[in-house]
Design a protein around this ligand. Structure first.
Ligand code: SF4
Ligand code: SF4
Length: 144
């Protein structure tokens, strides 16, 4: 089992968005946060509290199962992969992720699957994110 992205210290997030900028820049050469596969938001308007949406590299992921065209697949190490040529922009994959970890690119109308490359981990100044061992059985539940 390879290593995958994990949120290790949610409470230590300061909302700097370095992770989002690094992801957008690395994968889309964009100086923006809008093309990031990880998403940080203010938590229900609470100052200083942030929600972190990060892909958990599920085993048998719902997002992949929901894709009607085979555009979204998963590598053996848990990384998600998109074949943009096959994608019809239906959005079923995003809806199928129960923890809302799969982001959507409003510009291209394509999902932003996490490749679990770890660039966001390297740019986080507060050790909120880590690369950790992928569990044998990893699946998100509706209330997780
Ligand atoms: S269902 Fe969500 S958490 Fe699981 S692999 Fe897909 S995007 Fe990641
Ligand atoms: S938006 Fe694209 S990748 Fe997602 S389910 Fe639809 S066809 Fe598949």
């Amino acid at each position: 089992m390879g290593k995958v992205l994990k949120v290790a210290a949610r409470d230590q997030c300061i909302g700097c968005l370095s992770c989002m900028y690094s992801c957008s820049r690395t994968w889309h050469e964009a100086l923006t946060t809008s093309k990031s596969a990880i998403r940080i938001r203010t938590y229900m308007g609470t100052e200083g509290a942030f929600s972190i949406r990060a892909c958990r590299a599920c085993t048998n992921p719902g997002c992949v199962a929901a894709c009607p065209t085979g555009a979204l697949t998963q590598r053996s190490n848990g990384a998600l992969k998109l074949d943009a040529e096959k994608c019809t922009s239906c959005g079923d994959c995003v809806k199928a992720c129960l923890i809302q970890a799969l982001q959507w690119d409003d510009e291209t109308k394509l999902p932003l699957p996490c490749s679990h490359c770890g660039v966001c981990v390297r740019y986080c100044p507060n050790e909120v994110l880590v690369m950790g061992e992928r569990k044998e059985e990893s699946r998100v539940e509706a209330n997780s």
